[in-house]
Design a protein around this ligand. Sequence first.
Ligand SMILES: *[C@@H]1O[C@H](CO)[C@@H](O)[C@H](O)[C@H]1NC(C)=O
Ligand SMILES: *[C@@H]1O[C@H](CO)[C@@H](O)[C@H](O)[C@H]1NC(C)=O
Ligand SMILES: *[C@@H]1O[C@H](CO)[C@@H](O)[C@H](O)[C@H]1NC(C)=O
Ligand SMILES: *[C@@H]1O[C@H](CO)[C@@H](O)[C@H](O)[C@H]1NC(C)=O
Ligand SMILES: *[C@@H]1O[C@H](CO)[C@@H](O)[C@H](O)[C@H]1NC(C)=O
Length: 359
Amino acid sequence: MPAGRPGPAAQSARRPPPPLPLLLLCVLGAPRAGSGADTAVISPQDPTLLIGSSLQATCSVHGDPPGATAEGLYWTLNGRRLPRELSRVLNASTLALALANLNGSRQQSGDNLVCHARDGSILAGSCLYVGLPPEKPFNISCWSKNMKDLTCRWTPGAQGETFLHTNYSLKYKLRWYGQDNTCEEYHTVGPHSCHIPKDLALFTPYEIWVEATNRLGSARSDVLTLDILDVVTTDPPPDVHVSRVGGLEDQLSVRWVSPPALKDFLFQAKYQIRYRVEDSVDWKVVDDVSNQTSCRLAGLKPGTVYFVQVRCNPFGIYGSKKAGIWSEWSHPTAASTPRSGEDPVAPGGSASPQGHTGI
Ligand SMILES: *[C@@H]1O[C@H](CO)[C@@H](O)[C@H](O)[C@H]1NC(C)=O
Ligand SMILES: *[C@@H]1O[C@H](CO)[C@@H](O)[C@H](O)[C@H]1NC(C)=O
Ligand SMILES: *[C@@H]1O[C@H](CO)[C@@H](O)[C@H](O)[C@H]1NC(C)=O
Ligand SMILES: *[C@@H]1O[C@H](CO)[C@@H](O)[C@H](O)[C@H]1NC(C)=O
Ligand SMILES: *[C@@H]1O[C@H](CO)[C@@H](O)[C@H](O)[C@H]1NC(C)=O
């Protein structure tokens, strides 16, 4: 007999493990037709467990397919063979498994516990859902664009890490006589956000809260009470024009119009302007542009291109006492100051940003 010829034990040790990708989707708990999956049963099937708890599972073979006795069976978890000392043969047809101090599931869709026959084939599978119940979501903030819609954002409790699929739903109702409504457009401005597009009432406060649910439990945020009129924001001011002030080489004049969607309500809008030189990233902010739609920038460098943006804070709508929410900044508008000694009747320097970007 040639030296080094592997005996049966070595052969079985060399058998390649079953391909990993097949095992990573936790769908094995579902009955599969014709594949022999009904030759064994794992119990408990698809359990949900807290992190740190332990699991006692069994794989029981029934019928007697040749070789399929508990003696040769083994377990894998997420495609990795579990050490033999974690399992125990209970009798001719049942292999037990004891896992202590379970970690959170590697995938939110569950970990894959599989019982294999001696030849590596899959006899049965079970999903393990190991995680934590959700904690109370908090830090809900909402804003209404032009008084038409409402967008809310929140922070999940415990950094959102439950190791299990967790559903968040934003609920809202009119304070005194409304019925609960559930927001339907999620992830509109980031992972924990929802958008209510229409049918909102003015002049009546809303109660708003978030419910988090997973297989291990649910948690509800505190209730936020708000009036739409107190959280109004708007589109950025359109038609921002920047032009020279005659031949004044250190000044530019900025004009804009108030956001059209709110024109009829903007009795007390505030505006802010910011500007920067073309090759800098530092914006300078002009803070005190109250209820005007034009402003002059002074103290600028001669012969220099500036980018200018304007934003609007529509506070005090219908007498609301709240601070209002700043709009986004308008698209940058570019213009250049006159060069020192340039002819004062030279054409004005206003331009669209496209005219200057890339210079
Ligand atoms: C083997 O053990 C399991 C678990 O204790 C039990 O349910 C099953 O009936 C036993 N089977 C036989 C053939 O003894
Ligand atoms: C939990 O994770 C630790 C570290 O990754 C590992 O050593 C341990 O075996 C895991 N426990 C279980 C039950 O899988
Ligand atoms: C609260 O929410 C805001 C955004 O809406 C976010 O910037 C802030 O970090 C959150 N606070 C906490 C404590 O998570
Ligand atoms: C989460 O929501 C989806 C869709 O509404 C639902 O199918 C699923 O059962 C929910 N999961 C939990 C844990 O509530
Ligand atoms: C603010 O401007 C609007 C329109 O430009 C005007 O109707 C309103 O009277 C002004 N309000 C104040 C307090 O100046």
